[in-house]
Structure formats: C-alpha cells, structure tokens
Design a protein. Structure first.
Length: 425
C-alpha cells in the first residue's frame, strides 16, 4: 500500500503518537524508536514546547576548548560539534596566541536592523524624506512595544531610509536601528517593525509588504586580534606561508569560502552549545564577507616588523544571553555558566576570538604539516568506532590506521578481527 506524508492535525498528536506514525511510515525498528525516545538531558516534554512536530532529539558531542586568554581573562570554551580536530585546533591555536599576550577584542553596541519594505509609491525619494522627518513618531511607536528593553537602555535608537531599484520597480526601505542589549533581538525587532508599518503607510501613501529583521548585522560587529611570536608558530617560514595562505584566500573566493568555513567551525560550535541562532550568524558572516561586491576573508594575517604573525578578524555577531532556547535548554545554561559571561557584547567578542583561533589553527596546519595529519588522526577514531571497536581498542585501531595511512572502515574491521584473534595489532 502506498504511504502518504499528507497528515491532518499531526501537530496535535503527542510525541509518542507522532513517533508511532513515523515508525510505521519509515519501517523503524524498536531499537531505533528507543534511541529517538532517549533524549538525555533534554526532556521530551520540553523539546515538544521548543519546536513543532517533535519526535525526539539528536545529541551532538559537547567538548571544551582550553588555553584561551582573552583581554587578560581566562576562558573555557564549550563547543558542540561532530567534526574531529576542531576543538583540538582551537585549543592549540589559543595556546600559541597566549604566548603573545592572548587575544584582544572590541565590539560595537548590539544594534540590529529591522527593515520595512514599502511598494507602490509614485515619489519614493520624497517619501523617503517624509519618513525621516517623522523619525520621532516612528521611534516612539517602536519603543512602546518593548518598555522592558527600553528600561535597560535598549530599544529603537535611530531610523534610516533608502530607495532601491528592483525588477518590480522602485521600493522604499525604512530601517529601524534597535539596541537589543543582551538578547539576539529577532522577536523585539520584528514586533517593532510590524508596529510602525501603519504609520509608514500613512506617511508614504504606499503599501508595506515585508517587516523583518536583517541578519546582515553591520552595526553589531565583534573584533579580535592577536600577535603570535614567530618561534611559537614554527619559525619565519611558517609565518610567511600563513600570510601567503591568507593572501590566496583574500584574492580567490573559492579559497575564501573554505577559509571562512574554518572560522565558522569554531564560532558556530560555541553558538550551538549555547542554543543561539547559528543560521543567523552564518548568513550574516558570509554576507559580510561579500559586502563590497566580492566574496573575501573575514580575517587578515600579516607579519609585523619583528617577523611575528599578526591576525585580526571582524564580523557581525548577533548573539544573546537571554530569550528563546538560550534560557530554555538546560545544556545551553550550563554552557553559558562555563563561559562566565556578563553581557552579549562580551559573548560576541569571545566568539570573535574563537573564530580567529580556529583560523590560526587551520592555516598553521595547512602551511606546516598539512591539514590531513591532525585531522585524519582524529577521524581515524570515528572510523574505528564505526567498524565496531570499543574501549582501548578504538585508539589501538586508529593509531595503526594512521601509521599505515589506510583510514578505512574495511581496514578497521580487519584490525579488530586480528586483535581479537591474537591480542595485538
């Protein structure tokens, strides 16, 4: 009989009832159902209130990067990620940066932009002037929506407007600049944008279409920089090669995409650990890298007059310490406690330092011994587990595969059989 995914009222079912439906649809085994029901530190009842149509949860390994010295303060960095070598590389790079005084950071106020799209205007440039003239009225209406945010020093701070030309004709885009304090801000900004839409329609004579936050948070930037002594990084040749690797990425978008992916390996792992919106961070980062019309790097690497390696990074960082899953998920709360943060700006700066460290670790590996040596050594453990190795046998099998440079599941299975037969590999 043909199965159908057309289900009426699926969201009204309990997680257990939904899971039963999925079991029958996908022919899941009892063991697979048991795994889905074992949600660990996230109770199924809580998960069911976080998103729609819940049937379970998927655990992600949570590790801690060490050695981070940021603005003369020590941090442990919780990172949720499935990829091997990322946490090790960040920790190693942080130790190198520590030799030069650690990471230094700064950030701009946590301003997010809410966009109100107006269409059907005959005189968009004059309408733009009218919107700007009505700034006080519009900002007051926006701030009336969130008195709590205003009371702690946040809220709508400014208003701008621009005319854009599209395939559908000219449009007026009004933009609220909202100080979000210690929240990411999507809900607050979207609420404000929707509230001021009728005023903007009245002023312009046009029709408001979209009212939504922008994830290109160019007014909410985090910056980090560090100096790594040339002896620490591996000598003058390695310094030169890291700078050459950066120059390659800065000039070629194909390399820049991978360069920035390495930065985000670190940033996104921390963002996931704290249940912040990693999709917003990633979208903003890539858009920022292309803001001048050509995709390039988020970081820079140079050699100073002493021959030491100097790195810096600047990127949008819309993260929060309160609101949404950040306060709902119990592990996110533990991750934030490990970080010991006081403000969202501090969090943003820590993330910038983590991104720069991850970038340093990757570039040094590429410039020195090649990326595969360290990465595949750790990947070999995953292969060993996949092949059925347990306990101390995981490391024995992994080490042998790395030694042979044959990191494959079939080879791991052969080594497991050999060990069980002889007691050695």
């Amino acid at each position: 009989m043909r199965k159908s995914s057309l289900v009426s009222g699926f969201y009204k079912l309990s997680p257990k009832e939904r899971l039963q439906f999925v079991k029958e649809f996908a022919d899941l085994t009892d063991k697979e159902i048991s795994l889905l029901q074992n949600t660990g530190s996230l109770p199924l009842s809580l998960a069911d209130h976080m998103i729609e149509n819940v049937i379970g949860a998927i655990p992600t390994p949570l590790g801690v990067a060490v050695n981070f010295l940021i603005n003369k303060r020590d941090y442990l960095i919780p990172m949720a990620i499935e990829e091997p070598s990322v946490i090790a590389a960040a920790s190693y790079a942080a130790r190198m940066a520590r030799e030069g005084g650690g990471f230094h950071t700064s950030s701009t106020p946590p301003i997010m932009i809410g966009q109100i799209q107006v269409v059907g205007i005959k005189d968009p440039y004059v309408a733009k002037m009218r919107v700007i003239q009505a700034k006080d009225e519009i900002l007051k209406k926006a701030n009336d929506q969130d008195p709590v945010l205003v009371s702690v020093g946040g809220g709508a701070q400014d208003l701008s407007a621009k005319v854009i030309h599209t395939i559908c004709g000219s449009m007026l885009i009004a933009e609220l600049h909202v100080d979000c304090r210690d929240v990411m801000g999507a809900n607050a900004v979207n609420t404000m944008a929707e509230a001021v839409a009728p005023i903007i329609e009245r002023i312009t004579g046009g029709r408001v279409c979209l009212r939504i936050i922008s994830n290109l948070a160019t007014k909410r930037l985090a910056r980090a920089w560090c100096t790594v002594p040339k002896e620490t990084v591996g000598g003058e040749e390695v310094v030169n090669d890291v700078v050459n690797a950066y120059a390659f990425a800065a000039a070629d978008p194909y390399r820049a995409a991978t360069h920035n992916k390495g930065i985000l390996n670190g940033v996104i792992a921390v963002v996931i650990a704290t249940c912040n919106d990693h999709r917003a961070i990633e979208a903003g980062a890539h858009a920022y890298a292309a803001r001048n019309g050509r995709y390039t790097t988020l970081s820079t690497w140079e050699k100073n007059e002493n021959g030491d390696l100097v790195g810096s990074i600047e990127m949008p960082m819309a993260v929060g310490l309160i609101g949404g899953a950040v306060r709902t998920h119990p592990i996110a709360q533990i991750a934030l406690k490990i970080l010991g943060l006081k403000t969202a700006n501090e969090f943003a700066e820590v993330l910038a330092a983590v991104g720069l460290a991850q970038n340093l670790g990757a570039l040094r590996a590429l410039a020195h011994e090649g990326i595969q040596l360290g990465h595949m050594s750790l990947h070999a453990r995953n292969i060993a587990v996949t092949a059925g190795a347990t306990d101390e046998l995981v490391d024995l099998v992994a080490e042998k595969m790395v030694e042979e440079r044959r990191i494959r599941v079939d080879r791991a299975k052969e080594l497991i059989v050999q060990y069980k037969a002889t007691g050695k590999i």
